[in-house]
Design a protein. Sequence first.
Length: 229
Amino acid sequence: MWALLGAMEIEIKEFLKRLEEKTETGEGDFRFFRGRIAGREVLVGKTGVGKVLAALTTQKIIDTYKPEAILFTGLAGSLKKEMDVGDTLIAQDCVQWDLDARVFGFKRGTIPYTRRRYISGDAKLLEAASSYVPKTGSLHFGRIVTGDTFIKNSETEEYSFLRKELDGWAVEMEGAGVALTAAVNSIPCLLIRIISDKADGKAPLSFLKFVAKASKLGYDAAVHIMEKS
C-alpha cells in the first residue's frame, strides 16, 4: 500500500476523485480513504496544516497501515526565479528552516544532538520521478524548506536566509515533518509540490481554480512515480 497525502483536502481532491473501490477508514481526527489508483492499493488522506500535525498523522498512518512508501503533495511558494507558478518541484531533500539552535553551535535546521539536518528524498522514488513530464509547467528538483510560519513577504529576513543560507527552492509548512517521520521509520518518502506563488503574498487570481489544477498536477506526478517504481 502507498500513502498519498496532502495537508488539506482541497490539495488531494483529484486523488479522492480518481480513487476506485473507495472505503473510509480510521476514526476521530485520523480519517482516511482506502482504494486503488492506477492499479495500486493506496491510502489517501489529509494531514492537517503545520509540521506537528503532519508528523503526527504520518506516524499514525505508519503504525496503523504500514505503507510501503509515502508521497506527499500540495502547494508551495517559490524561492527561485526560474520556478514559475504552476511548475512542479520534486524535493531532493528538505529541512526545518525554523529550527534554530545556532546559539548552541548547531547550524540552522539541525536537530540538536543528532546528525539530522537535511532529510533526503528516497533515491528510488527520485529516480522514478526523473522521467516525469508535467502536462503544464516545468519540472524541477531542489530543496524544500519547511516551517510553521507562512512566508508572504520577500523583504523579510527569513526570505533572505531561506534562499541564500539554506539554498531553498520552495517554502511550505508540512514537508519536513512528513519526511522526518518517514525517515525515522525507514519508509521511502518523496515530497511533490506545485508552485502557487513566489512567497511574496501574491496568490493566483483565481485561487480555487488554481488549486484544482495543482491537485491534478500532483496526482499526475504521484501516478507516474508509482508506475515507475
